[in-house]
Design a protein around this ligand. Structure first.
Ligand code: HEC
Length: 147
């Protein structure tokens, strides 16, 4: 029984990497194909990620841990609630896992900032969180699907 499950998993991974990666050009990242609206939703979330990181670092510099906590909270697990099923289906598993972990890490920054108000800790958490940004950007790119 377990063998069948493992084979099924390997099959799904092979099929999905065939669907999601198009590494033929100079850009070696895997391409995720989305429609115009879905791409705009993902990129808007990305720009919100960036402005949230800016607010967090600004809060750390100003020793305003309430600002750090509030900013981080806006990008926590509740932030991804409005994503459509069709978009969820098009995103590769690796992308979804990294995205979920990133929201989780924002929540941890929010909780710790309000519990401990420790700037150095918040800065370290932000640095670790940003490894997710770096790693996902090194792996995936988005392109418009053909219609
Ligand atoms: C789960 C994967 C993933 C994570 C995590 C992630 N990104 Fe992205 N991001 C992408 C992809 C894919 C693109 C599109 C890149 C492309 O098509 O070249 C993108 C694009 C962007 C853009 C450009 C937006 C635009 O309007 O063109 C910004 C800014 C950005 N990300 C910021 C961040 C920041 C800051 C973080 C971390 C807090 C982050 N991202 C985390 C996948 C991710």
């Amino acid at each position: 029984m377990n063998k069948i499950k493992t084979m099924l998993l390997v099959f799904i991974i092979l099929v999905s990497s065939a669907v999601f990666s198009d590494e033929s050009g100079a850009d070696k990242r895997a391409t995720i194909y989305l429609d115009d609206e879905e791409r705009a939703i993902v990129l808007e979330e990305m720009r919100t990620f960036l402005s949230t990181i800016q607010k967090i670092t600004q809060g750390i510099v100003a020793d305003d841990m309430v600002q750090v906590s509030h900013a981080a909270k806006t990008m926590g697990n509740n932030a991804s609630a409005g994503v459509s099923l069709s978009l969820i289906f098009k995103l590769p598993l690796g992308f979804k896992l990294l995205a979920a972990d990133t929201h989780q890490k924002f929540d941890e920054i929010a909780i710790d900032a309000s519990s401990f108000a420790d700037r150095e800790h918040a800065l370290e958490q932000t640095s670790v969180l940003m490894k997710n940004c770096v790693s996902c950007h090194a792996t995936y790119r988005i392109d418009l699907e053909e219609d």
